[in-house]
Design a protein around this ligand. Sequence first.
Ligand code: URA
Length: 200
Amino acid sequence: MTLKEFYAEIKDCQKCSLGRSRTKLVFGAGNEKADIVFVGEAPGYYEDQQGEPFVGAAGKLLTELLGKIGLKRSDVYIANILKCRPPENRDPSREEVEACKGHLFKQIEIIKPKVVCTLGNSATQTILDKRVPITKVKAKATQVRDFLVFPLYHPAAALHQGWMREPLEEDFQKLKEFLDSGVRPKPLPALREAEQLDLF
Ligand code: URA
């Protein structure tokens, strides 16, 4: 399946109540063959209006941070945990995350990136499936399924709390070093593969 085909499948999604309040579903944007996927929390006002992720102030900062490590938006894929904007930009509810996260996992399955950079607590905890504070895991890679997760502060948080800007820039440099080191996700354990073979 391609991303386009998957978009056609979910564009009218009504799995949660945000389907009724959204202006546009924000599917994701960028390179279908990217090695790196960036995952934010949920669309904000401008994203909801335009149907594109990270087009507001946080998006401008994300574009700038990518540029500083030699990446363009078109080199990577950008998406969110939620495809639709929560009213007044409130935090996503557990039900909304549960209803929506399968869409993101499907996109990741189609893209097959090596690295997924989660932006902020919400995306990090959802992808790691663990209630761990971002401060503990940021800029450290962990393997989940068949990709590596590299958490980063959310650019919007750095806009609101100025002190975060410097560590965020430093962590983007660490991401560059990590990518340049050529580290790859490990194939899923041989044992599990054997077990899967046994099953079939
Ligand atoms: N913040 C997010 O988490 N996602 C967006 O798309 C925009 C802002």
